[in-house]
Design a protein around this ligand. Structure first.
Ligand SMILES: Nc1ccn([C@@H]2O[C@H](COP(=O)(O)OP(=O)(O)OP(=O)(O)O)[C@@H](O)[C@H]2O)c(=O)n1
Length: 401
């Protein structure tokens, strides 16, 4: 059995709690990640100390979810969540326990967790405490619900999505009873807030093991979330996975690939339903609107397109076309884009050598006309960036007038 190199701050928290007569262990995703030799995102500590007792031992703390027993301890500008061992009460709505009871028993705390791989505790001197054989499951790449998997899913239905996401994140298989429980309880996902579902699905599309993603629709879980999406993904499963394998791990790009056969209107309705923020919604819809459009390979039309859609969207369209339309001349477009950036070509009104004030000084009236003239001048510069000089543009403006 190997030992874990814990950060000094984590060792300090455990030692401080122990010296005050409390038990303390690291637990959850950080233990799983260290066994898998990956860097944990954060370090969670579970302790027999009650929240008030934890607070007294550290100078800088704040209440994170004190009713659930969680205190954040701040050390060297880093936050560590320290949670009291707890047994959750009945789950009335598959999301929130009706009450939380603290316990002195570590095993009881671990029993309420989702999967065996997430239910291992570790102490720098005692080593691993692994009541549910999570280590074996990690070694055999298995996701297994702790105890009775159906109960774990009924307690918190989001765990079903977490199950699929962990499979795709870690490349693990879902153990048979756990998968069965997931299929049988799938409709409970409807009780989970759209925001939490969105968040998990976001994480899922960014995973490295795309081959595991079909668990989402094969299990029937996606049908409960959105039937139309489930049907579409089922139909184009093979192509979708191949496309995702080639795509960078970027959320907007990957959602665009997932929704590639949606019209922008259909996509908008779906993204609104999933409560996407306006910026991401807009970016995905712009990509879907232009995904099948032939991209320019010459400077003049390409500068215009960048000015209309933005540099980021055009760069993403090139990547998408490389993946989805391999016969499109994406390489030429990319080279042309690189040259435009390297040359520092004028792309937007902001970079134009004249502005509204200068045009008014030569007699252009304020209002619609002024805006129209600026657009014409921008197009004139897009045709040849060397024209972006004040005297040339003022002369052209007089001509247009
Ligand atoms: N619905 C949930 C969420 C979390 N947990 C428990 O709380 C720990 C910490 O949860 P979280 O930080 O959300 O997940 P991680 O396992 O750390 O993984 P990730 O951060 O990748 O989601 C989990 O390991 C698991 O023991 C759980 O049992 N059920």
């Amino acid at each position: 059995m190997f030992s874990v190199a814990l950060p000094q701050d984590v060792l300090y928290i455990i030692k401080t709690l122990n010296q005050a007569g409390h038990q303390a262990y690291i637990v959850g995703g950080c233990v799983r990640d260290t066994i898998l030799h990956t860097q944990p995102k954060d370090w969670d500590i579970t302790t027999s100390a009650k929240p008030e007792e934890t607070k007294k031992l550290f100078s800088h703390t704040f209440d994170t979810g004190i009713q659930h027993g969680t205190i954040t301890v701040v050390l060297n500008h880093t936050n560590y969540e320290v949670t009291t061992y707890r047994i959750e009460g009945e789950y009335e709505d598959c999301r929130h326990p009706s009450g939380v009871t603290f316990t002195n028993n570590l095993q009881e705390d671990l029993l309420r967790r989702d999967f065996t791989m997430n239910a291992i505790a570790y102490h720098p001197e005692e080593g691993y405490l692994d009541f549910f054989h999570g280590m074996e499951d990690i070694q055999s790449k298995t996701i297994r619900g702790v105890g009775a998997p159906a109960l774990r899913f009924q307690e918190d239905a989001l765990r079903m999505l977490r199950c699929v996401r962990f499979a795709a994140q870690l490349g693990f298989d879902v153990e048979e009873e756990t998968y069965q429980a997931l299929c049988e309880n799938r409709e409970l996902i409807k009780k989970i807030s759209v925001e939490r579902i969105h968040d998990e699905m976001d994480k899922l599309w960014l995973c490295h093991h795309e081959d595991k993603m079909p668990l989402l629709w094969q299990s029937g879980l996606l049908t409960e979330i959105d039937e139309q999406l489930a049907n579409r993904l089922m139909q184009r499963e093979h192509g979708l996975l191949e496309d995702l394998k080639k795509a960078p791990k970027e959320s907007v790009l990957r959602w665009t690939i997932v929704l590639q056969d949606y019209s922008p209107q259909e996509a908008k309705a779906f993204l609104k339903k999933l409560k996407f923020d306006n910026d991401s919604l807009k970016r995905i819809c712009i990509l879907l609107e232009n995904i099948n459009q032939a991209l320019p390979t010459l400077g003049y039309p390409l500068r215009g397109l960048i000015s209309k859609l933005g540099l980021e969207a055009v760069s993403q369209l090139i990547i998408l076309q490389e993946i989805l339309r391999p016969t499109a001349p994406s390489l030429q477009t990319a080279q042309c884009l690189d040259k435009i950036i390297a040359d520092g070509d004028c792309l937007t009104l902001k970079e134009l050598a004249v502005d509204g004030q200068m045009l008014m000084e030569i007699g252009v009236p304020k209002g619609k006309e002024l805006g129209k003239l600026l657009s014409l001048l921008l197009d004139f510069v897009h045709q040849n960036p060397e024209r972006n000089q004040k005297n040339i543009l003022l002369e052209k403006a007089r001509e247009f007038m």
